[in-house]
Design a protein around this ligand. Structure first.
Ligand SMILES: Cc1cc2nc3c(=O)[nH]c(=O)nc-3n(C[C@H](O)[C@H](O)[C@H](O)COP(=O)(O)OP(=O)(O)OC[C@H]3O[C@@H](n4cnc5c(N)ncnc54)[C@H](O)[C@@H]3O)c2cc1C
Length: 426
């Protein structure tokens, strides 16, 4: 059988369930990635969707995938354009019978899956569930009964938590389907000077995340104090920095879980080691919530149908995004985001609360801005967290407020963080 293996948010060869299935079932294979031209258009609120920061990590990850596939005698072909037209041509010219694709649950991804089914009724589409820590088949809660409050979800799943072991690359590697084509220059790396203060000081590669995991857990044992440091703002060590690797799919959440458990068995088990897994459950939680509530996560009124006193005020939004508010703490965080494509969790909570509660701006503008900028942008975690802070999502308290002055005194009392980012403005 001739198959296409379509990579999306799973740019790795190890512990990749879609790749494994495709390898085991196909005789000939065409590994591809398509950058959909739609992503270069503006969002519905006129925000560019794909910043240079996002492009840079994506291109790094794709170059790495290309190398990793070539080490097992396969080529990755990268395309730019309309996803359906590209697939149509490839299917026709290469007698493709089946497409392997990781299953996703957000609006645009489901639309794409549906388009494939309608446009190519004779092609089998294998949608492989992956991306989460808990495999959906092991969740043991019907999605319809999924609690809307995280603590109830956590206590339910923790009773019988079953996480699959990571798998290695299958021994059976299909024959490469070769193409004669010229790659679009979109995939050439642009001049990109990484800000020297960026807390994401890594290359976006499978090898780099393995080294980082080894250092963070085993060599430097930073994991043993994660719970105390996780609200930090400065440097690479206050939190795991796994998010960008997870978003691009350079590592599976299962692999991280496996190493944490091993460390707990062999070296140390404490609140901090538990808390890393706890955070990975938050990640799953938002993903599963999307399956339950679907496009409601993109509504102004959120999953709870709650009307907040906010507006699509583009003037105030501009002040926020350009770091020109009356709060130096908010501005410093926004400068960090604009300069590097990353912001700490503490920062994200504060700037989100500021936009919604202080400036009274519709949270969807902030969520779209994060979508454009964040190198770890993940549709579920981003929209889920924004709705949560805006009081229209999964927070049982609908009036959470972060006082930026108090927060700055608590988390940046020596102004170290603000000095890093505000000094550019002086
Ligand atoms: C408004 C807002 C928007 C956000 N947008 C995103 C996003 O687009 N992509 C993204 O990955 N995270 C998002 N987060 C969650 C969180 O801020 C980041 O995952 C975290 O800061 C990444 O740094 P880290 O990997 O060092 O996290 P750590 O603190 O080390 O946590 C370990 C891992 O747990 C997961 N995690 C931690 N906190 C959360 C959370 N609140 N929700 C979901 N997963 C979590 C992440 O995968 C993270 O890599 C957002 C949070 C807020 C408040």
């Amino acid at each position: 059988m001739n198959s296409i293996l379509l990579f999306t948010n799973n740019l790795r060869i190890e512990d990749n369930l879609t790749l494994q299935k495709a390898f085991l079932e196909s005789e000939k294979i065409l590994p591809i990635f398509i950058f959909d031209e739609e992503l270069l258009k503006e969002t519905k609120f006129h925000i560019p969707r794909f910043s240079i920061h996002r492009k840079n990590v994506l291109i790094e990850a794709l170059e790495d995938l290309e190398k990793n596939l070539s080490s097992i005698s396969l080529n990755l072909y990268k395309f730019f354009g309309n996803r359906i037209s590209i697939l149509e041509k490839l299917i026709f010219e290469n007698k493709i019978e089946k497409i392997y694709l990781q299953k996703e649950f957000a609006y645009e991804e489901i639309k794409f899956e549906t388009e494939i089914k309608i446009k190519f009724p004779n092609i089998k589409l294998e949608l492989v569930q992956d991306g989460s820590l808990i495999h959906l088949d092991d969740l043991q809660i019907e999605i319809i009964n999924l609690p809307d409050v995280f603590s109830s979800f956590r206590s339910k799943v923790e009773k019988n938590l079953y996480i699959r072991k990571p798998i290695s690359i299958p021994n059976k590697i299909p024959i490469q389907i070769k193409l004669d084509y010229k790659e679009n220059n979109f995939f050439e790396k642009e001049n990109y000077n990484k800000n020297k203060n960026s807390v994401f000081s890594f290359e976006a590669t499978e090898k780099e995340v393995k080294v980082h995991l080894e250092n963070y857990i085993w060599k430097e044992q930073k994991i043993s104090t994660y719970k105390e440091t996780r609200n930090g703002l400065v440097g690479k060590d206050y939190s795991t920095k796994f998010s960008t690797f997870l978003t691009l799919g350079l590592i599976s959440a299962r692999t991280i879980h496996y190493e944490v458990k091993k460390f707990e068995e062999e070296v140390l088990k404490n609140e901090s080691t538990y808390w890393v897994i706890f955070e990975l459950l938050w990640r799953d939680y938002f993903r599963f919530q999307f399956i339950k509530h679907k496009e409601k996560f993109f509504y102004k009124t959120g999953i709870g149908n709650i009307l907040k006193n906010t507006n699509l005020d583009f003037e105030r939004f501009k002040i926020w995004k350009e770091a020109k508010t009356n709060s130096d703490f908010i501005n410093a965080n926004m400068i960090e985001l604009n300069e590097t494509g990353f912001m700490s969790n503490r920062g994200r909570q504060n700037v989100a609360s500021f936009l919604v509660n202080d400036l009274k701006v519709d949270y969807r503008l902030g969520a779209e801005y994060f979508e454009s900028k964040l190198i770890d942008y993940d549709v579920y975690s981003n929209y889920g967290n924004w709705a949560y802070i805006a009081g229209v999502g999964n927070d049982p308290r609908k009036d959470r407020y972060f006082n930026p002055e108090k927060q700055a005194n608590m988390y940046d009392s020596d102004c170290k963080f603000r000095n890093i980012w505000l000094k550019n403005l002086e």
